[in-house]
Design a protein around this ligand. Sequence first.
Ligand code: NAP
Ligand code: ZN
Ligand code: ZN
Length: 347
Amino acid sequence: MIATKGYAAPTATETLSAFDFERREVGPHDVRFEILYCGVCHSDIHQARNEWGNTIYPVVPGHEIVGRVTEVGAHVSKFSMGDLVAVGCLVGSCRECDNCKKGLEQYCRVESVYTYNSEDKISGGVTYGGYSNQIVVDENYVLKVSDKLPLAGVAPLLCAGITTYSPLRHWKVGKRHRVAVVGLGGLGHMAVKFAASFGAEVTMLSRSAEKEEDAKKLGASHFVLTKDPEQVKKINKSFDFIVNTVSAPHDYNMYLNMLDTDGLMICVGAPPTPMQIMGFGLLGERRSIAGSGIGGIPETQEMLDYCAEHNITSEVEIIPMDYINDAYERMLKSDVKYRFVIDMATL
Ligand code: NAP
Ligand code: ZN
Ligand code: ZN
């Protein structure tokens, strides 16, 4: 076993603290790498605090991981020592089912194995995430990273990036589409960047007036302060798509009313409690509501390559490992521009 240092939440109500644990030995198909940066996703908070009701403790969060390869198994063909690599939310799936064969490993019929808080199918026990100095992952779930982009800004692409890229591609969002993004946080700022990059006219819907200037720099043409009923009234029936990234319980109906005929609200946020939806909000304009979970491995690589080609990275605030509990509190106050990324050299 490989002695590893990390940070874990010991229970749902305690803050995160230093935690030593062991990774499995590098198997024939495994890649081991030193973690250089790890992004901080709101899903880390949901799970550290057991807000989805399925956390196994201690939990080592972190699924926006970039680093450099330090060891490869005997049968590894895609990676060599010293390569820049990344791992997102997935470290395993059955590889046999129709969805796995289509590259939709996040919808594996048998079981998607998540980077943390999942049963480790290879070594037993639980998977531990990227708030740690190294990780061992099956090469099929390891991504290649270009050396053209700043690495800290690449880390959040592994979750915030792919989670917004994937539905925009799936629903073929592009030129002539009017797209609104709800919530300017980690996912929201990537949704704005991608939608603008694909040619859509983007409107930012935010409760935070001070984010207007940034939203426009990120690629939004318009900014609507959702706390102001006058501004909200003016955008009734205005959008073809809404990407809803909100992490907390909120009123979906207000946003549904902003969709034009045949409009679609894509929900990627995962609030801990169910939301109520008025039938009239859907039937009036033949509107739809859909969800989307992260993205599969081939599409994640496609997204990373697209970002390298188009010079797209996340806007980050780099933090030391021991700042993580403060970072969580600031995220809960929407005080992050626009992703915290842990510099793992500080662990
Ligand atoms: P984040 O950085 O904390 O951003 C969330 C943003 O939502 C906030 O910045 C805020 O933006 C807005 N917001 C927060 N509370 C709100 C409320 N009560 N009403 C309206 N707006 C509110 O979080 P994130 O990392 O982007 O994650 C967002 C959500 O996506 C989380 O629930 C996370 O678990 C989920 N997620 C899902 C997937 C997936 O596969 N679908 C993948 C990753 C994450 P403003 O200040 O602009 O209002
Ligand atoms: Zn995430
Ligand atoms: Zn499968």
